[in-house]
Ligand binder design. Sequence first.
Ligand code: ADP
Ligand code: NI
Length: 229
Amino acid sequence: MNPKLINIIPMDLKEQQIVDQTRNFVEKQLVDAEGGHDWWHIYRVWKTAVRIGKEEKADLFVINLAALLHDIADAKFHNGNEEIGPQRATEFLTSLSVNAMTVEHITQIIRYVSFKNRHEQPPFVSKELQIIQDADRLDAIGAIGVARAFNYGGFKGRSLYDPSIPPNPEQSKAEYKATQAPTINHFYEKLLLLKDMMNTPTGKRMAEERHRFMESFLQQFYGEWEGKR
Ligand code: ADP
Ligand code: NI
């Protein structure tokens, strides 16, 4: 078959059933996950990834499964073990008789999707990985991004804003993890940088709109801070 055609064939019934089973599995796995990576984060990344996947004519079976499984076992909650997620995904998908090549592709996506590897060149690239990465990053910006940032900051006991503590966008991986800076700084250290890290044209377009929203949020915030708005 012409390899170009494979990508635009919609999922068949069996694939749709596997996606439904995966959705149920992930939703159960994440019942007591913390706020930033709960089922609803997965849900949003999933919907966004499928939308981008359709526009970019990607393999929608891979997109559905990888989006659903991309955070099933975050390394930061497993003593930094980055292999638990890929391992669980492999076991689960193999139990549903998904073919080995597809399983391998999905586990590679789970392995390389994380933002924290941004300074390293990933040894694996595919259009589907790029799309899941875009969808995951999009969930950190825009209105949802603002909500998640303040939710995370509150959880960590951080202040909203402190004009005497400037943001530090050049920080190392260790500094980034250890920071006690106010939540507003996170916009300059990560959230406003994401727009330029999008991989796909559709991801870029969506990121631009969400980026503008954050900029206007910040303008309003500083205005209100000084009693000017
Ligand atoms: P990911 O799993 O996408 O790599 P993180 O676990 O670092 O992201 O963050 C989860 C959510 O919490 C994201 O929306 C992120 O923007 C937010 N977050 C992470 N670090 C901070 C921080 N220092 N201040 C505010 N929000 C943060
Ligand atoms: Ni995620």
